[in-house]
Design a protein around this ligand. Structure first.
Ligand SMILES: NC(=O)c1ccc[n+]([C@@H]2O[C@H](COP(=O)([O-])OP(=O)(O)OC[C@H]3O[C@@H](n4cnc5c(N)ncnc54)[C@H](OP(=O)(O)O)[C@@H]3O)[C@@H](O)[C@H]2O)c1
Length: 313
C-alpha cells in the first residue's frame, strides 16, 4: 500500500510516498481503508525532530494522526464496528500512520463517522475537536454561563473550541487576525477581537477561562483578567506552563495544560454534535497523498483556517 514516510528529521522534502506492507488488524483493532487524513502541527513538530524521545528515534516514520475511512476487516476479539462501516478516529500512539491507504486502528480510538459529513470533513474532526472538548470540559471544568476567551480561534483547534464552548453554555470572546474575524463570528463568537489591534488581555473583560490555543500567552500575563476561580489552559507544553501548573496546584486560579486523549466515547459525542449541526468542520485546503510535502508546508505556515486535509484515493 502507499504511505507517507520519512527516513530522517528535516524540512518537508524529507517526506516521501512509498509502498509499504499493508497493516494487519491485531487484537482489538480493525483494518480501515483510509479515505482522508487531517494534518496537525504535531506532524510538523515530530518531522522537525522536536520530540525525539517521544516518537521513538527509529526510522522510517509515518505521518498523520487523524483519519476517516471504511472498515475492511476485524481483528481478533472485535465484533463491532461491522465491515463496511464508515468510521473516524485519532491515533494516540506517537507512531502515526493516518496518511496511508490502510490503517490498523484501535477500536478504543474510533467511532462511527457522522452520517452527514464527507470523509474529508470527518477526518477534520478528531485531534482538534477532542483537544477543544477536553480542554474546556475536563481541564477547565467550564461551568455553563462562563466567559471564555479563545486565543488563536481560527485554526484547527480554535474553530471547534468556539462551537464547543457555545454548546457548553459559555459567552465566547475570540482572538484572530483581522481576516478571520468574520469566520469566528460565523462559528458563534459573541465578541471577535483582532489580536493585532485589540487587547488580548484586558482586565476590564470578564474571563473565567482563557484558552490559549496558539500558545504565546502565559498564566502570568493573563492572571490580571482571570476571575477569582478562573483557569488558564494552554495547548503548548512550555516550561512556564509546567512551573505555573505546579505552583497553582492548590490555588483557586489555575494554570493547566491540555493533553489530548483519543477516546471512543468523546468521538461519538463529537459525531453526534456534528450530525446535529453544532460542530461544523472548517477545511482550509485539500491535498492528495502525493502532495504530502505541500500539505505539511501549509500547516507549517501557522495560517491555516481550520484543517488541512489529505485525500487518499
Ligand atoms: N497539548 C495537546 O494535546 C495539543 C493538541 C492539539 C494541538 N496542540 C497545539 O495547539 C496549537 C494550536 O493547534 P492548531 O491545530 O489549532 O494549530 P493551527 O491550525 O496551525 O493554528 C493556526 C492558527 O493560528 C493562528 N495564529 C497564527 N499566529 C498567531 C498569533 N500570533 N496569535 C494568535 N493566533 C495566531 C492563525 O490565525 P490567524 O491567521 O487569524 O492569525 C491560524 O488560524 C499547536 O501548537 C499544537 O501543537 C496541542
Amino acid at each position: 500500500m502507499k504511505a507517507a514516510v520519512y527516513d530522517r528529521y528535516g524540512e518537508p522534502d524529507v517526506l516521501q510516498i512509498r509502498d509499504v506492507p499493508v497493516s494487519r488488524a491485531g487484537r482489538n483493532q480493525v483494518l480501515v481503508r483510509v479515505r482522508a487524513a487531517a494534518l496537525n502541527p504535531k506532524d510538523v513538530l515530530i518531522r522537525r525532530g522536536k520530540f525525539p524521545l517521544l516518537d521513538g528515534l527509529t526510522f522510517p516514520k509515518r505521518v498523520g494522526y487523524d483519519w476517516s475511512g471504511e472498515v475492511r476487516a476485524l481483528g481478533p476479539g472485535v465484533s463491532w464496528p461491522p465491515v463496511g462501516a464508515r468510521v473516524f478516529g485519532m491515533i494516540q500512539a506517537w507512531t502515526a500512520g493516518a496518511c496511508s491507504e490502510y490503517l490498523a486502528a484501535n477500536v478504543s480510538e474510533l467511532a462511527l463517522a457522522p452520517e452527514n459529513l464527507s470523509f474529508e470533513q470527518a477526518a477534520a474532526l478528531p485531534l482538534a475537536s477532542l483537544t477543544a472538548l477536553q480542554a474546556l470540559r475536563d481541564v477547565a471544568r467550564m461551568p455553563a454561563g462562563a466567559h471564555v476567551t479563545i486565543h488563536g480561534a481560527s485554526g484547527g483547534v480554535g474553530v471547534f473550541a468556539i462551537a464547543i464552548a457555545k454548546q457548553l453554555g459559555a459567552h465566547v470572546t475570540t482572538t484572530s487576525s483581522d481576516g478571520n474575524l468574520a469566520l469566528c463570528r460565523s462559528l458563534g463568537a459573541d465578541v471577535a477581537l483582532d489580536y493585532r489591534q485589540d487587547r488580548v488581555v484586558d482586565p476590564e473583560r470578564r474571563c473565567d477561562v482563557f484558552f490559549d490555543v496558539y500558545g504565546n500567552q502565559s498564566f502570568q500575563q493573563v492572571q490580571p483578567m482571570l476571575s477569582a476561580q478562573g483557569t488558564y489552559v494552554s495547548t503548548v507544553p512550555k516550561r512556564h506552563v509546567f512551573v505555573r501548573w505546579a505552583t497553582t496546584a492548590l490555588s483557586r486560579q489555575r494554570c493547566r495544560l491540555v493533553i489530548v486523549h483519543s477516546r471512543a466515547k468523546d468521538l461519538s459525542l463529537l459525531a453526534t454534535w456534528a450530525e446535529s449541526g453544532i460542530l461544523k468542520p472548517v477545511i482550509d485546503s485539500r491535498f492528495s497523498l502525493a502532495d504530502i510535502r505541500e500539505a505539511q508546508a501549509r500547516v507549517e505556515t501557522r495560517r491555516a483556517r481550520g484543517k488541512v486535509i489529505v485525500t487518499i484515493d
